[in-house]
Ligand binder design. Structure first.
Ligand code: AP5
Ligand code: MG
Length: 208
């Protein structure tokens, strides 16, 4: 867990490869649905673009459906879920909820978040993320992984960034004490380069 732009996706992608488990990002799954253009897509599109959460019952259902796929049988890495107290308790009641082993929060100053989000480039085809300054693609505007065009996410505009930060403080921060009480929580400093953050993450998980 962590505020918008703290590096959940960047670190999650790398850690899931090292652990050999799927990286399950609620944001990526919701964006995939929005691109699909279903009835649900229309309901989620405005919420996500304005920086607001989609209903908890929907996101818990989407996550449970993903975790039921074969590649998640031996473990998974959740990114951005649960992010409210009601999601945490709804998830705890699914067949997957009891399996949660660790919750790691990436912590960083707000100015750095705004800078990271403002320069982010995303591949809507494969979900890979880049940054105009900190993680440039090999060829400008093109995804290194799949060759698709890179774009800015609709919620990486200043007004939506402000709203996402506000919602994070109001709705997600209360999860810190929820997971502290369950002895699952740890926090790492998410400033510095992606490599430095990854080393702290590995250390906090006892991977050395
Ligand atoms: P989601 O996609 O999860 O967005 P978020 O939480 O706002 O987080 P981001 O994906 O923006 O940031 P990140 O922490 O992954 O950072 P990244 O690694 O990309 O959710 C989007 C929306 O979906 C929500 O607002 C909501 O509408 C909906 N949603 C999702 N989950 C939901 C849920 N559970 N319930 C209800 N609604 C839900 O890094 C950011 C940038 O910084 C990149 O450009 C990256 O290259 C760069 N960067 C990363 N690390 C570093 C570093 N160490 N140094 C320099 N640059 C760095
Ligand atoms: Mg992300």
């Amino acid at each position: 867990m962590g505020a918008p732009g703290c590096g959940k996706g960047t670190q999650g992608e790398r850690l899931s490869k090292e652990l050999g488990v799927p990286h399950v990002s609620s944001g990526d799954l919701i964006r995939e649905i929005v691109l699909g253009g279903s009835e649900e897509a229309a309901r989620f599109k405005d919420l996500i673009s304005s920086g607001n959460f989609i209903p908890s019952s929907d996101v818990v259902r989407i996550i449970a459906r993903r975790l039921a796929e074969g590649d998640a049988r031996d473990g998974y890495l959740l990114d951005g879920f649960p992010r409210t107290l009601d999601q945490a308790s709804l998830f705890a009641d699914t067949p997957f909820g009891a399996g949660l082993q660790r919750v790691v929060a990436l912590s960083i100053a707000e100015e750095a978040l705004v800078e990271r989000l403002g320069g982010r480039l995303t591949c809507l085809n494969c979900g890979a993320t880049y940054h105009e300054t900190y993680r440039r693609p090999r060829k400008a505007g093109v995804c290194d992984v799949c060759g698709h065009e890179l774009t800015k996410r609709s919620d990486d505009q200043p007004a939506a960034i402000r709203q996402r930060l506000k919602v994070y403080h109001q709705k997600t921060e209360p999860l810190i004490s929820y997971y502290q009480e369950r002895n699952l929580y740890s926090e790492i400093d998410a400033s510095g380069t992606p490599e430095q953050v990854y080393e702290r993450l590995r250390h906090s998980l006892g991977l050395e």
